[in-house]
Design a protein around this ligand. Structure first.
Ligand code: PMP
Length: 415
């Protein structure tokens, strides 16, 4: 069946029925559900009476800019990185990314000849579709965002290699594992190529946002490549600012964030972070270390998340297939990890789908959100976030979404 075969009158009638249900459903953000948050409630009574870190630091006090060894060691092991290159911070890795870009802008990085603010233009590579909040940060600083397509194995390397010949290209966003929103994981060859490529800018940085490093939907965990080592071997030791956090492992707003990077980059980070504050929330770091116990403890929590999320993802995919499969109106990702399903509807109709859904009481992430400046050149991409609603609500929302996709496609075909 092709788009032209859709019956506009039937779909309009179906849509009116959908509206009559007076729904109020929200699929906008990739937040953990309360069931998932409950997995970590034991944190709320930790660290109890034991408030000393393994190096005898009293976690209640000031200090310890790089975080306590208990959690740094565990995280380094979980990600396959050396502990001395991994530091632990407060709740949000996005805060660290924002800070580091701010400091590069105001002061320059440890490899910059001048602050980025003094450059005539700062250009930034943005694989698309990508994470909206990344693009909002680079937009905030007025960087020129240049998109490159995200393929099955990562960003289009030919495009990236060409772009980095320009010394004004200072950096790049990457979500290397179970990316937001497509769910793809970079291949080892891609990781190595990004570590090894020559860049005209000596202070070129890749923000390696590994927010979903451990977030499998199956019983298999992804390989996290040690890009710090790849880059050091290639003579580019300072290339990566590697980020991660426990946000979607424990309590999203009250977790621990991590920065992993070269020794020189850490010195630079600390030179600014030590002015910004006296040290992170070490009580929360200790609580996390006690809660997990070891890397297997982290993985055990991740398996609970998979148990909660996988049925939701499976249901969404079933409904998409049942309602939209074989109709030439949409394609979608089939992720094995992460938090999102990325749907491409008929070109030119994504904003109409989101509008129709909104009028029917189904809030979706805005069309274009996964592109810099919210401009999806083909107006076709929609990010679905299945985690938050209970599965019964999700089913209703997805069925309604499918009706909106079909109606928008039929409207376009018959316009
Ligand atoms: N990076 C990505 C790719 C994300 O999807 C998210 C959460 N939506 C974050 C970072 C936010 O991380 P944090 O809570 O550590 O700031």
């Amino acid at each position: 069946m092709a788009v032209a075969d859709l019956n506009l009158d039937d779909l309009r009638a179906e849509y009116e029925q959908l509206k009559a249900k007076n729904l109020k459903l929200d699929l906008t953000r990739g937040k953990p559900s309360s069931e998932q948050l409950d997995f970590s409630n034991a944190l709320l009574s930790l660290p109890g009476e034991n408030f000393k870190a393994k190096d005898d630091t009293d976690c209640r006090n000031y200090g310890g800019l790089v975080g306590i060894p208990d959690i740094r060691e565990m995280w380094a092991q979980a990600l396959g990185l050396p502990q001395e290159n991994v530091i632990a911070g407060d709740a949000s890795s996005l805060n660290i990314m924002f800070d580091m870009i701010s400091w590069a802008y105001i002061f320059g990085t440890n490899d910059s000849q001048q602050p980025w603010s003094k450059e005539e233009t700062v250009k930034w590579i943005c694989p698309v579709p990508g994470y909206d909040r990344h693009f909002t940060i680079t937009e905030h600083f007025g960087f020129e965002m240049i998109t490159v397509p995200l393929n099955d194995e990562g960003p289009d390397l030919d495009a990236v290699r060409e772009l980095v010949k320009d010394p004004q290209v200072k950096g790049m966003w990457c979500v290397p594992v179970f990316g937001n929103p497509t769910g793809i994981t970079f291949s080892e060859a891609t990781c190595r190529a990004l570590a090894e490529m020559e860049t005209a800018a000596p202070d070129f940085r890749i923000v390696w946002d590994n927010a979903y490093a451990l977030h499998t939907l199956t019983d298999e965990f992804p390989i996290n490549h040690n890009v710090l080592e790849f880059a050091a071997q290639a003579g580019n030791p300072n290339r990566f600012w590697f980020m991660s956090s426990t946000s979607k492992i424990t309590h999203a707003g009250a977790g621990v964030s991590f920065l992993a990077t070269s020794t020189d980059n850490l010195k630079w980070y600390e030179s600014h972070a030590s002015v910004r504050g006296i040290g992170p929330n070490k009580i929360n770091q200790l609580a996390h270390a006690q809660f997990f116990g070891n890397v297997d403890g982290i993985k055990a929590v991740m398996q609970k998340h998979a148990g909660s999320l996988a049925p939701k993802f499976a249901r969404v995919l079933e409904i998409l297939e049942h309602r939209l499969g074989g109709k030439d109106v949409a394609t979608w990702s089939n992720p094995t990890g992460g938090y999102f399903i990325s749907v491409d509807v008929v070109d030119g109709t994504a904003s109409r789908v989101v509008e129709l859904a909104k009028e029917a009481g189904i809030a979706l992430t805005g069309a274009g959100s996964s592109f810099p400046l919210k401009q999806d050149p083909r107006n076709r991409n929609i990010r679905l976030a299945p985690s938050l609603p209970p599965v019964e609500e999700l089913e209703v929302a997805m069925d309604g979404f499918a009706t909106c996709v079909l109606l928008a496609a039929a409207e376009k075909a018959q316009a």
